[in-house]
Design a protein around this ligand. Structure first.
Ligand code: FNR
Length: 349
């Protein structure tokens, strides 16, 4: 039995080949932001309320019309088959069982259609896209996500170029092992091959306008940190924002995601999610107190998957659920609406 997300990371580290562990754990340059994401949560301290008499807590919330059983969703992460042979299919089954959203990465090693099939009718599936320079290809990818039954589109905007990952360079990890592919990128070329995912340095608000016009799905922009960008995003018709620094994997020394969430949430009146460094239920409570509707977890899902496959992802999600429920009880919160701003204080440490 494992008792925390950290223990799952330790077990995953034992089980994974070095290059795969480093790909998942690592980040850009000096990994300042990878560390900052977790440390920023430690600097935030709780100021609980007592004697509120809540015998039961309700962790349910609604995200763009989708009901979820807890304010924790699975952030999009690439290449789940590096962690487990069943890859994203195992993750989808665990997310469906937990009753929360899985955001499938465009760089998944199982196609979006097969992820949807594995998750079944209970899965709330969203699709994460990197806008490609060929707008026709972007449209095809979005149609595939719609056809698979995805209920929102998460457009990642923090990656105009690839982050510089020194661990991957050192390990020579530049391509997926034989037999693994980015399955969503299949059949997009005339010869029916698998196309590489491009990062598009010229990405601009014009691209967002085109994507907004292309689909009826709610669009969530992922990778927004500045409140002025959040405001502009809403003016361009997006339905929500995902405050994120990509887990410290793109621009190093960028602010910790949790430190950016309050200003973004104050700037807009659409739902705001945040990811980066969430490892405990108390982190979930802090994010909600600062204005997030829900948090995402990236690496913890992959640690669960690498440690114990589908069951490991279930265990990670249930650990976080139990921790969040306990933190709600300690803080005097009966539901997500009770998590108030004054529950959090910042300390210097
Ligand atoms: C990611 N992330 C990511 N984001 C995205 O929009 N598309 C992607 O394909 C990926 N791929 C990816 C792979 C791996 C191995 C990791 C660790 C992360 C970023 C991810 O969605 C999320 O923002 C961070 O992982 C959140 O930080 P934590 O929870 O990992 O600390």
């Amino acid at each position: 039995m494992l008792f925390s997300v950290r223990e799952f990371e330790a077990l995953a580290r034992d089980r994974l080949p070095r290059y795969a562990y480093d790909f998942i754990a690592g980040g850009a340059d000096d990994e300042v932001t990878v560390r900052a994401n977790e440390r920023a949560f430690a600097r935030l301290r709780l100021l609980p309320r007592v004697l509120r008499g809540h015998a039961q807590r309700d962790l349910c919330t609604t995200l763009f019309g989708n009901e979820v059983t807890m304010p924790v969703v699975l952030s999009p992460t690439a290449f789940h088959r590096l962690a487990d042979p069943q890859g994203e299919q195992a993750t989808a089954r665990a997310a469906a069982k937990a009753g929360t959203v899985m955001i499938a990465s465009m760089a998944s090693t199982v196609s979006i259609g097969d992820i949807a099939k594995a998750g079944g009718a209970d899965l709330v599936l969203w699709f994460q896209a990197y806008i490609q320079s060929d707008i026709g290809i972007t449209r095809t990818l979005i149609r595939r996500a719609e056809d698979a039954g995805c209920r929102a589109l998460v457009v990642t905007v923090d990656s105009p170029v690839f982050g510089w990952r020194e661990r991957d360079n050192r390990n020579g990890f530049h391509d997926l092992p034989p037999g693994m592919h980015c399955e969503n990128m299949r059949d997009l070329t005339a010869d029916g091959g698998v196309r590489d995912i491009e990062m598009v340095p010229g990405l601009s608000w014009d691209h967002i306008d085109r994507v907004v016009a292309m689909t009826d799905l709610p669009i969530v922009l992922k990778g927004v940190l500045h409140p002025a960008d959040a405001l502009t995003a809403v003016e361009h018709g997006v339905s929500g924002l995902f405050v994120s620094n990509h887990g410290g994997r793109q621009l190093d020394t960028v602010v910790a995601a949790i430190d950016a969430v309050a200003d973004v949430a104050a700037a807009v009146d659409v739902p705001v999610l945040v990811d980066g460094g969430v490892r405990r239920g108390t982190d979930v409570v802090k994010a909600l107190a600062l204005g997030a509707r829900a948090v995402g977890i990236g690496r913890p899902v992959l640690w669960g998957l690498a440690a114990r496959g589908e069951e490991g992802v279930t265990e990670v999600l249930e650990l976080l659920r139990a921790e969040t429920d306990r933190a709600f009880a300690f803080c005097g919160c009966a539901s997500v609406d009770h998590v108030a701003r004054d529950l959090v204080r910042e300390v210097r440490c």
